[in-house]
Design a protein around this ligand. Structure first.
Ligand code: WT7
Length: 655
């Protein structure tokens, strides 16, 4: 088996990692999850999930916990509930309306504290606005927004009227918006005039305008004012958020939704150039995110919780919006980048709000390591008590740095493994119980049955590695790929019978702890962003000068992987640095800036098998400067020596 991120060396280094951290007796004694929880959940996993579903507010009780018609699950069958009621109304009804839901901090330094009561009011007004525009239950609404309070408000307003939202990360290009909006036939899109990023303006509305020329299903575009510069508004289609909510009632009757009603779509990259619309439904999803948010972060009433992800990705959906709000938590939302105005912005925010829980990504941690510990030391971080990591494998060095310098050696680090498809955390420590090992996501969450299997689908004994799988349904699991049930079956349920294939390589140590190694398919992970090799290749080939292209992930000390493209040009063109930049700009325009290849190596010929398949594994070896394995299947071996030389030159630009 080969993995993108896990070269042999990395795997061996990980498995030699011997450090262990036990929970402190005080933490263990007061923890939400107590040691019996695993056995209890295992004895009856449906009863375990039921106990969490029963904490939600239902407008009609469910009849059955699970109908499993593999691979299609229905959870809490027959029940009705509304996600926004669970996130907001019930806290207000319980007298907790004055509690802060979000401390909002804009990049330029503007700040707001938004209570549950205020959030409910804003959600109701926007929900009424959507309804008066004719958006109804079942209609899909696209969201292309910066990290401003209007984003969670729009999500919850959609949920309130039963209109599934489809958030599109603000870094995506117009073409990417077009694909996603058309796939889901969205009827409306919500955006902002512009966003702030590192002190500069991000032209969100202009990007949406370019997209809307090719999205006939969109009837309305609602624009929140964030930056305040003038933007084009098309009469009859575009309206300002403020005008849309003006005069709207602050109460809005929520739609009672079936447990299995679609709550949202979130597109993610697969192994083809067409992204998959991952479907999440209502009751099971809320059950999964509330249980995991409570137990993995050991959430307490007085916590100030901060997930520093972008709401445009699943981490934000589950652990900035639905999980924390359903749990009545007080969270922080920060709009901008960690280096604006200086590299201590995150630590300044932790200190200001006395954050107690911080959840971020390994790529961010490695960036902080590079910037140096002085930025961290400038601030009082003594409020922190739990640290989390998500998005990619965390190397032991980064784990230790986080533990020591951010957590002051007091805070458990929970490395949480999950995916857009799983909806909620699947494998992670429970901080009052689990012995932590730097670099390991440790054990499956209670009720989750994970395994590591070999090519034949046999469970690999402890101490070995293989494919990560999940062996039984879980409430927050994806219900399918929008409009493509076959692709759902094929992608996740066909390689091994009765197992969900995650697409990750993983080892387990002798104690059964999981060590994730990276993707085993043609999916790259750059700074925790999932990018398909096929998407980048098709964007490259779309450029007039390009004949053929292959993209692979190359290990990168900061971003986990970096995109390395091998490009052969049409005619006799041999390429130039200027053309490489042009290709990068082309990929940015087609997909989004965050998908630009870091390295571009021009070549006359790509290495192919005799049957014409591009040999990606070989290209990965070349990109990472490794000795080449078996090249006997190569059609023309002279290609390789030249490529190795050029890739070396390209990589040398780093130094
Ligand atoms: C892929 C899912 C989960 C929300 C953010 C990313 C990788 C995620 C970990 C972790 C090792 C991880 C996997 C997974 N991944 N968390 N703790 N350790 N790898 O969601 O975009 O759906 O990507 O991210 O490769 O399959 P996503």
């Amino acid at each position: 088996m080969t993995t993108n991120a896990g070269s042999r060396d990395t795997i061996e280094a990980l498995l030699r990692e011997g450090r262990r951290f036990e929970p402190s007796p005080q933490f263990a004694a007061g923890a939400n999850a107590q040691p019996g929880i695993y056995a209890e959940a295992e004895s009856d996993y449906l009863a375990f999930w039921k106990s969490w579903a029963d904490k939600l507010e239902w407008s009609q009780p469910y009849e059955r916990v699970l109908d499993w018609n593999e691979p299609f699950a229905q959870w809490f069958v027959g029940g009705k509930l509304n996600a926004s009621v669970n996130a907001l109304d019930r806290h207000v009804a319980a007298g907790r309306g004055g509690r802060v839901a979000y401390y909002y901090e804009g990049e330029p330094g503007d700040r707001r504290a938004i209570t549950y009561e205020e959030l409910l009011r804003d959600v109701c007004r926007f929900a009424n606005a959507l309804r008066s525009l004719g958006v109804k239950r079942g209609d899909r609404v696209a969201l292309y927004m910066p990290m401003i309070p209007e984003l969670p408000v729009a999500m919850l307003a959609c949920a309130r009227i039963g209109a599934p939202h489809s958030a599109i990360f603000g870094g995506f290009s117009a073409d990417s918006i077009v694909d996603r909006v058309n796939d889901a036939q969205c009827v409306a899109i919500v955006t902002a005039d512009q966003g702030w990023r590192r002190g500069k303006h991000v032209p969100l509305k202009a990007t949406v305008d370019a997209a809307l020329a090719h999205t006939p299903s969109i009837r309305h575009c609602i624009v929140a004012r964030r930056v305040g510069e003038p933007v084009a508004m098309r009469a009859g289609r575009d309206l300002w958020w403020d005008d849309a909510v003006a005069g709207q009632a602050t109460m809005c009757e929520p739609e009672p939704m079936d447990s299995e009603a679609l709550l949202y779509l979130l597109y993610t990259s697969g192994t083809t150039a067409k992204p998959k619309g991952i479907m999440h439904t209502t009751a099971g999803y809320l059950t999964g995110v509330t249980a995991t948010h409570d137990l993995v972060f050991d959430l307490k009433d007085d916590d100030v919780y901060w997930c520093a992800a972008d709401i445009g990705w699943v981490t934000g959906h589950s652990y900035i919006v639905y999980g924390p709000l359903c749990n009545g938590a007080t969270s922080i939302i920060y709009e901008g980048t960690p280096d604006f105005p200086d590299r201590d912005r995150l630590w300044e925010i932790v200190e200001r709000y006395k954050a107690t829980i911080l959840y971020t990504a390994p790529t961010a941690i490695r960036t902080f390591m590079k910037w140096g510990v002085d930025y961290v030391r400038k601030h009082d971080l003594s409020s922190l008590r739990v640290l989390g990591s998500v998005g990619e494998p965390i190397n032991p060095e980064a784990w230790m740095w986080y533990y020591e310098n951010v957590g002051g050696g007091r805070c458990p680090v929970v490395d949480t493994w999950w995916q857009t498809e799983t909806g909620a955390i699947m494998i992670a420590p429970l901080p009052g119980i689990t012995t932590l090992k730097p670099g390991s996501a440790t054990k499956p969450f209670p009720g989750v049955q994970a395994d590591v299997v070999d090519e034949q689908g046999n469970s690999v004994p402890l101490g070995g590695g293989g494919y990560a799988v999940l062996r039984r349904p879980w409430p927050s699991m994806l219900r399918g790929i929008y409009g493509d049930p076959e692709r759902y079956k094929e992608t996740y349920w066909s390689k091994f019978p009765h197992m969900y294939l995650a697409g990750d390589g993983c080892s387990r140590d002798e104690e059964g702890d999981y060590w994730f190694m990276g993707r085993i398919d043609d999916v790259m992970n750059v700074s925790g962003h999932r990018i398909s090799t096929a998407e980048v290749e098709s964007a490259l080939v779309d450029h007039a000068a390009v004949a053929e292209a292959a993209a692979v992930g190359k290990l990168d000390a900061v971003t986990g992987q970096a995109i390395c493209a091998f490009v052969s040009l049409r005619g006799m063109d041999t390429g130039s640095p200027a053309l490489a930049d042009e290709l990068r700009a082309h990929v940015a325009a087609k997909l989004g800036k965050f998908t630009m290849p870091k390295y571009i190596t021009f070549t006359q010929e790509l290495p192919k098998t005799r049957s014409g398949k591009i040999m990606r594994r070989l290209l990965r070896d070349i990109a990472e400067g490794r000795m080449l394995g078996d090249t006997t299947t190569l059609a023309d071996s002279s290609v390789v020596t030249e490529l190795q030389e050029r890739a070396k030159q390209e990589a040398a630009k780093d130094a």
